[in-house]
Structure formats: structure tokens, C-alpha cells
Design a protein around this ligand. Structure first.
Ligand code: ZN
Length: 286
């Protein structure tokens, strides 16, 4: 990585590659973490918020990025979920998702595994014809459109035809699917050869294997760790259960699901206010 830049991207393909890269660049990563500590110190109490200036890629304009202790352990800012742009309302990882989509030059027919979110609204404006969906529950048929105009899809049984889309974007969905390898097979199936999947999930770059938080046994949920619920844009007040924090085994799972290549892109940028630790994007080419 070019450490002279106030932003960088690093592509890595295995846990071993990550370990070597991390060992070689630990001092730089520590340096880049230091301003984040100073930003965190600006929060005087649990209810405080503060902001940092930068350039918002989705807004294509300078902006301020709010941070506080929401979605945190009560002490450390959740940098991935905060740094919310005061103009477009997108947080760190979602602003970067838009940037990656546009910087990768994704074109043609796309499928986004969400619909009722600010990210979906923004991408629908920029990608006419983008297919968007939500999971509305087991009483809906794949592809069925609800009275509210929301298309239902189950990632393990998509209604999309094989080879019908050029790219797929899935943001923090797979960790809620017990049989996520089935979902990966479906994403590979609906992509054209050469098509790209862009996936974000809770990812533990130091872990070879997934951290399994819960699993299904005979249709019943068995919790192996303290249950963790994430916000559900279409329903359940308590949120949706998180089954996994992923490790590098996800890349092998993607290859087994039919992707020709799978890799991780790590991003960090002071200019674009992508602060905290590097943000992780899982990429796979059909
Ligand atoms: Zn913005």
C-alpha cells in the first residue's frame, strides 16, 4: 500500500496474505488509528455526538460526518456504522459501498438485496432497472410483490433467472441466513459469467474460520453466544438474529458456490471520512 496517500485500498486473497500484510504494515495502521482515538476523545459522555469534515462520495460534495456511541459497546465508537453524512444520511460502510460500486464501474442489470433503505433509494436513481427486494417472510412467494410495492425474495431461493444480472450487491444480509452457502450458490447462479458480487458482512480479518453465534437445530435456534440482533428495515422490532461473524473461510465458500475468484478489498480514507479500522469488502467474480 502507498502510505503517502490519505486513502488506500488493499486487495487480499487469503488469511495468510492478510497476516503477512498486517505484519508488514502494522506501524502505518497504528498511525492511522491515532486520529481516530482523538476523535473518540471528543465524545465527553455516552449521549454526546461530534462530527468530522470530509468529502462525501455519494453526495459528490464536502460534508460533515456525525459519530456517537450508537450501535457500540457503550465505550468505543462503532466507526463502521457511524460517520453518518449530514446530507445523505449514509454511514461509513454505506458511503463506501456506493464508492466501490461506482469506482468498479459496475454497469448493466444489477440486483440489490434490499429495497426500503436510503442506499436502495440512491442506487435506484443511479441504476435504472436495478432489481431490489426484501425478505418479507415465509408466507410470500419468491418474486411476489407486496401491496406496498415491495418485491419479496429469499436469497436461498431467488426467482431471478440464471445468468440474468451483471452484478449483485448484498450489504450485511448473509450473516442472518443460517444456510448462507445456499445463498452464495443462488448469487452465483443469477450472475452472468464474469459478473461481480459485492458483499459486506461483519468480517473478522484476523479469523480463518467464521465465528458461529447461533445455529438451527431441527428448526430451533440454538444460541452459542450472546444473541446479537441487527436492525430490520421491514419489520421485527427486536431486529434480526445474527448467526455469523465471517472469517476468511467465506472466500472458500464463494469459490465452492461457483465463483471463479473471490477476494477482499480493504479501504481506508481520511479524505472521504472512511475512518476507524479498514473497511472490508468481499468481492467475487462469477
Ligand atoms: Zn452524503
Amino acid at each position: 500500500m502507498n502510505t503517502a496517500l490519505s486513502q488506500w485500498r488493499q486487495t487480499l486473497r487469503s488469511h495468510a496474505e492478510f497476516a503477512a500484510w498486517h505484519a508488514a504494515n502494522g506501524a502505518v495502521l497504528d498511525d492511522q488509528w491515532r486520529p481516530t482515538i482523538a476523535l473518540q476523545a471528543a465524545l465527553r459522555d455516552a449521549k454526546a455526538s461530534a462530527s468530522v469534515p470530509g468529502y462525501c462520495w455519494p453526495c459528490r460534495a464536502p460534508s460533515q460526518f456525525l459519530y456517537d456511541l450508537q450501535y457500540s459497546n457503550g465505550r468505543d465508537v462503532n466507526w463502521r456504522e457511524r460517520l453518518v453524512c449530514t446530507r445523505c444520511g449514509l454511514n461509513n460502510r454505506l458511503r463506501l459501498t456506493v464508492q466501490v460500486i461506482e469506482a468498479e464501474g459496475l454497469r448493466g442489470r444489477g440486483y440489490l438485496t434490499e429495497h426500503v433503505t436510503p442506499l436502495a433509494r440512491l442506487l435506484l436513481e443511479r441504476f435504472p432497472g436495478l432489481v431490489t427486494s426484501e425478505y418479507l417472510g415465509p408466507d410470500h412467494a419468491p418474486g411476489q410483490v407486496s401491496r406496498q410495492g415491495i418485491r419479496h425474495e429469499d436469497l436461498c431461493h431467488l426467482s431471478l433467472a440464471g445468468g440474468s444480472v451483471d452484478f449483485v450487491v448484498s450489504c450485511d444480509v448473509l450473516e442472518h441466513i443460517p444456510d448462507y452457502p445456499a445463498a452464495l450458490c443462488e448469487l452465483a447462479r443469477v450472475l452472468v459469467p464474469g459478473g461481480l458480487a459485492l458483499i459486506t458482512v461483519p468480517f473478522l480479518p484476523h479469523a480463518a474460520d467464521n465465528l458461529v453465534r447461533a445455529r438451527l437445530e431441527g428448526g430451533r435456534v440454538v444460541h452459542l453466544l450472546e444473541p446479537e440482533y441487527h436492525g430490520d428495515p421491514v419489520g421485527a422490532r427486536e431486529g434480526v438474529l445474527c448467526y455469523y461473524h465471517f472469517g476468511w473461510q467465506l472466500l472458500g465458500d464463494l469459490r465452492r458456490a461457483g465463483f471463479a475468484d473471490a477476494w477482499l478489498d480493504l479501504y481506508w480514507s481520511a479524505d472521504y471520512a472512511n475512518l476507524g479500522g479498514p473497511q472490508v469488502f468481499v468481492m467475487a467474480r462469477r
